[in-house]
Every structure is written in structure tokens, then in C-alpha cells.
Design a protein around this ligand. Structure first.
Ligand SMILES: C[S@@+](CC[C@H](N)C(=O)[O-])C[C@H]1O[C@@H](n2cnc3c(N)ncnc32)[C@H](O)[C@@H]1O
Length: 326
């Protein structure tokens, strides 16, 4: 199928007759009419040509955001933002750039997320380094950060535990935005913690983000004011299915997403560990899958013994369960 996208393309003044693999038209002879082949200089591939080809390839690979992804990867390669790319589309790619772009597009066609290909993801206005050591932070999680920040500012309670910190997204966003915040950030994955450390250092908050390896709240040696937790919450069967399909889950760490038959195993265990770890007057902020919101709210009610509410995400779906201890 990928081959057909190229074969249909007639860029360069001659029909493509020889296409053997996923390529951005590097079979240059195929782009030049027969009569000129003996004395032709290599065909020049401009940014405009390259992005048209890449978009076609990604569409063939059933990438729902083919045009956007083609542009993001090309802009990344050229060291510009996407908008700057559009003003300079007639610039030729060097052979090295062309080869690098071909490689990036081929990886994207196999389903690898753009964030891993570029090596970063914007979260809460911060550029975080991301790679296969940790889950890519999602925009929905910004709602959890906003809710926790509102609580911290209202109450002045600023000692936070971020459980399952991954890339450090939540912990770093809180620490950067609110200078009073100190965070103990835990994760079972040493690899994820190394990534979180690099991100905390890059954003100048390493001194206020204390990274500890261990199970959920177990690494805490004192009660905190706030617990933030975007823990694994997908049922095993769902992860199995999505990992076989061309979704980012196939590339993200399994332990970051999978959570037992009903997707609640990890949240349940976290809430069971809460007594003694959340100070009186403190609050827990738990991200969940919208269909689980009621079940998570019921679990939280049992664990905190105080008021529980659910905060919607930007699409209006119930996303963050907030439990305040009396
Ligand atoms: C869904 S990811 C979220 C990462 C990050 N908080 C974010 O929002 O982008 C869940 C994280 O929890 C960690 N994790 C899974 N089980 C854990 C456990 N029992 N104790 C601590 N961390 C755990 C995973 O390694 C992963 O980094």
C-alpha cells in the first residue's frame, strides 16, 4: 500500500516506474524522463515536494493526522516551527536531510508517536524531553495540574507527592508554576525516574523535586498536603488490543498503562495506602478514564472520608477525581 502512494505520484516530470520500498522519491532516475537520464544532475527535492510525498505515505499507512505529522516532522528536521516552514517551502533538502526525513516518516508510518520521533512534548507550556522510558504526557492531565494548583494557592499547602511521575510532567509543572511547591515524586521505573530527573534539571526545579523509586506511596516518610496521581488505568484486555494496533500504546511502557482486569488495580492500591500519607486538610487528585469516574470517586470517598468531586476535562468528560480530607 505504501508503494502505491509513490507509484501514483508523478512529481519531477516523469512517472515513477521503479519504487521498491518506503521512500520519499530517492530513486532519482525514476523521477527524470528517459531522454535526460544520461546527463541529468540529481533531482532536487524541495521541502514542498517532500511534505507532499510524506503526507501521501502517511495517509496510506492510515495515519489520521498525516498532513500535520508530515509537517511537524519536516519542521523538526529543518529546526524551525511549522509556521516558519510554510514561508520557505521552495528550499531544497540536502541529501542528508532527505534521508533523515525518510527515516522519520517511515517510523511514523509504523505507528511511532511524533513526540518520540521529535524527542519532546509540550506539557503545561513546558517542553519536556520524552522517550520510550516513560508515557508521553497527555493534554488531559493539564486539568489535574490546574486543579491541584488551585487547591495549593487557596490553602497554602504545598508539600506534594506525585505518584507514578513518569517523565515528571505533573511534578515539574507544579514546581515551575508555584515556587512554594516541593514534590516527592515516586515511580517503580528507574528508567522513568532518570528521565524525570533530566527534565527537572532542565527546568531548574531539581532541588524541589525529590525523586524516589518505589511502590506508589511507600517511598513517603511523612504525610503530605497533596497527592497527585496519573496512574495506569487501562484494563489489560484493552492494552493488549491497542498495542497490536497502530497506536502510541505499542511504543509506550506497558507498566505505565496497564492496570488489571477492570483498570482499577493500581488506583485501588494507591488509595489503600493513603491513610497516614495524606495530612488532615489535604487533598488527592486522581486522573481516571471517564467511564471509571464514578467507581474511582466511590473508592476515593472511602479512602479520604471527606468531600469528593469530579472535574471534567476540556471535552467535558469526567477526568479528575478530587478527594479532600476533613
Ligand atoms: C500513566 S503513567 C503517567 C506518567 C505521568 N504521571 C504523566 O502524567 O505523564 C503512570 C506511571 O506510573 C508508574 N507506575 C506504575 N505502577 C506503579 C507503582 N506501583 N508505583 C509507582 N509508580 C508506578 C509507571 O511507571 C508510569 O510512569
Amino acid at each position: 500500500m505504501l508503494v502505491r502512494a509513490l507509484a501514483d505520484d508523478s512529481y519531477g516530470g516523469g512517472a515513477i516506474s521503479v519504487v521498491s520500498d518506503l521512500t520519499l522519491g530517492v530513486d532519482r532516475d525514476a523521477l527524470v524522463p528517459h531522454a535526460h537520464r544520461a546527463r541529468h544532475t540529481p533531482a532536487v527535492i524541495t521541502r514542498a515536494d517532500a511534505r507532499i510525498r510524506a503526507t501521501a505515505l502517511l495517509r496510506e499507512a492510515r495515519d489520521d493526522t498525516a498532513a500535520l505529522d508530515a509537517d511537524l516532522l519536516l519542521a523538526h528536521l529543518c529546526g524551525v516551527v511549522k509556521e516558519q516552514l510554510y514561508g520557505h517551502l521552495d528550499v531544497a533538502l540536502t541529501p542528508a536531510e532527505e534521508a533523515a526525513y525518510r527515516e522519520l516518516v517511515a517510523r511514523r508510518a509504523r505507528g511511532e508517536p511524533v513526540a518520540y520521533l521529535r524527542g519532546y512534548k509540550e506539557f503545561f507550556g513546558l517542553r519536556l524531553t520524552v522517550d520510550r522510558r516513560a508515557l508521553i504526557p497527555r493534554p488531559e492531565t493539564e486539568v489535574l495540574v490546574e486543579s491541584a494548583l488551585a487547591f495549593i494557592r487557596r490553602t497554602g499547602r504545598a508539600l506534594v507527592a506525585d505518584v507514578g511521575t513518569g517523565s515528571g510532567a505533573i511534578a515539574i509543572a507544579l514546581a515551575v508554576t508555584e515556587p512554594r511547591v516541593r514534590v516527592i515524586a515516586t515511580d517503580v521505573s528507574a528508567a522513568a525516574l532518570a528521565l524525570a530527573r533530566a527534565n527537572a534539571e532542565a527546568h531548574g526545579v531539581a532541588a524541589r523535586v525529590d525523586l524516589r523509586q518505589g511502590d506508589l506511596l511507600a517511598p513517603l516518610d511523612r504525610a503530605v498536603d497533596v497527592v497527585t496521581a496519573n496512574l495506569p488505568y487501562l484494563p489489560d484486555a484493552m492494552v493488549e488490543r491497542w498495542s497490536r494496533e497502530r497506536t502510541s500504546l505499542a511504543f509506550e511502557p506497558r507498566e505505565a498503562v496497564v492496570a488489571g482486569p477492570d483498570g482499577l488495580d493500581v488506583i485501588r492500591r494507591c488509595l489503600a495506602q493513603l491513610p497516614g500519607k495524606l495530612a488532615a486538610g489535604g487533598a488527592i487528585f486522581l486522573e481516571c478514564d471517564p467511564p471509571q469516574a464514578e467507581a474511582v470517586a466511590a473508592l476515593a470517598r472511602g479512602a479520604v472520608g471527606g468531600a469528593v468531586r469530579v472535574v471534567p476535562d476540556l471535552s467535558g468528560a469526567p477526568r479528575v477525581v478530587v478527594g479532600e480530607r476533613a
